[in-house]
Write a protein that binds this ligand. Structure first.
Ligand SMILES: NC(=O)c1ccc[n+]([C@@H]2O[C@H](COP(=O)([O-])OP(=O)(O)OC[C@H]3O[C@@H](n4cnc5c(N)ncnc54)[C@H](OP(=O)(O)O)[C@@H]3O)[C@@H](O)[C@H]2O)c1
Length: 377
């Protein structure tokens, strides 16, 4: 009998998460059907994906170049109730509006795009609750916590692991003079460029703290970060009685992606070999160095301030990262510019979605002006 297949659309199908999601789905073709694929500029790869996975709809920056599928915008895709789940794997602020559209239409979300919760976590989680929509995290740390938690009311704290990125064992001077190439050379994970730079500054971990706060409704002082260079323990929780439950596995995004899109079922899927404790020589853990990685503290503080502070943090950091990738500023300037933007930001508590988009726009304009000043020094 042809069993009912779960229907999914992927936003950001040509990116790091999107392409790995398609590798997962390729192994689960009898269980998952693709309704739509959405990309940005990489039409060539999108068309190859359409040919292979035959979605009904597709989206990209050049709709006239789409071959073999009908054009549909991101928001139309997310409003299409044929979908059981949407994988939001675009990078940056563009994830927010489509995620809201999907929630309003009662469609579950597999969420990779952390900026959505950093910008509008209160609104997104409240809407999801009202609509009975599941938000299943794709980020390996949050996926780990999702797997560890049975009853959130019995959890004392969340312990989020961080690989430490390419500068973990480098001096602050090495970091100050880092090239784009060095910042993009992540020792454990192959990811898109923006998140890779965030991982080098540990801003990524800061964004993950904010993401965890919203996903698991956990106060910031009960979210701890620990550096774990091997990236085997993906995160852990401590229960009120002192028991610690951790989730382990090889560092591969295939596993959390598959978990999120097939939840609550588990299949063999893309798993290539069994995990072996005896092949792991050692597991190291250490405190993060907040002096060398000030972005982590900055994100913690923005989260604690709440309201529009995290909108400002996200927008300023994103623009500064783009400027670093273009060679306009140094790696440390990302922090100083973001910190400056935050210290001059007038925080609004409980901003509406319209206010969030307006603040995002204004902060980006101011950040770009600041970047120009830094460039002219
Ligand atoms: N990579 C990871 O391992 C990882 C892990 C955890 C969380 N995340 C999060 O997942 C998100 C995606 O990360 P990534 O590393 O996969 O990024 P990425 O490789 O840069 O991919 C971004 C994707 O978004 C697409 N895109 C860009 N603009 C678009 C638009 N206007 N409309 C539709 N699609 C658009 C890109 O399309 P084109 O390439 O065609 O332009 C690409 O498919 C980020 O929020 C990141 O923080 C990633």
């Amino acid at each position: 009998m042809d069993r009912q297949r779960r229907k999914i659309s992927i936003l950001g199908s040509t990116g790091s998460i999107g392409t790995q999601a398609l590798e997962v789905i390729d192994k689960l073709k009898d269980r998952i059907e693709i309704i739509a694929l959405a990309a940005g500029d990489n039409v060539e790869l999108l068309n190859e994906q359409i040919k292979k996975f035959k979605p009904k709809y597709a989206c990209c920056s050049c709709p006239e170049k789409i071959e073999g599928a009908k054009y549909s915008s991101l928001e139309e895709i997310c409003s299409n109730k044929e979908n059981d789940i949407i994988l939001v794997a675009v990078s940056g602020k563009i994830g927010l509006k489509p995620t809201i559209a999907a929630i309003e239409n009662g469609i579950d979300i597999a969420l990779a795009n952390k900026e959505t919760l950093v910008m509008a976590g209160d609104i997104v989680m409240q809407k999801a609750k009202e609509k009975g929509v599941n938000i299943i995290p794709v980020d390996s740390e949050h996926c780990a916590i999702h797997q560890c938690i049975k009853d959130i009311s019995q959890v004392e704290k969340l312990i989020i692991t961080a690989s430490g990125g390419p500068f973990l064992n480098k001096s602050p001077d090495d970091m100050k003079n880092a090239t784009v190439e060095q910042a993009l050379a992540h020792p454990r994970w192959k990811m898109g460029r923006k998140i890779t730079v965030d991982s080098a500054t540990l801003m990524n971990k800061g964004l993950e703290i904010i993401e965890a706060h919203h996903l698991f409704d956990m106060p910031y002082d009960k979210i701890e970060v620990v550096v774990h260079p091997q990236s085997i323990v993906h995160s852990a929780i401590e229960y009120k009685d002192g028991s610690v439950v951790a989730q382990l596995g090889v560092p591969s995004m295939h596993i959390p992606i598959q978990y999120a899109i097939t939840y609550p079922a588990r299949y063999e899927g893309i798993k290539s070999k069994s995990f072996s404790f005896s092949q792991i020589a050692r597991l190291d853990f250490e405190q993060p160095d907040y002096e060398k990685f000030p972005a982590l503290k900055l994100a913690y503080n923005a989260g604690k301030i709440g309201g529009s502070a995290t909108v400002c943090l996200n927008a300023a950091n994103e623009e500064a990262v783009f400027a670093f990738l273009k060679g306009e500023i140094k790696l440390y300037d990302i922090y100083t510019i973001t910190q400056k933007m935050l210290s001059s930001h007038n925080v609004i508590q409980n901003p509406t979605l319209d206010e969030i988009f307006e603040i995002d726009k204004q902060v980006r304009i101011l950040t770009k002006e600041n970047i120009k000043k830094v460039c002219s020094l």
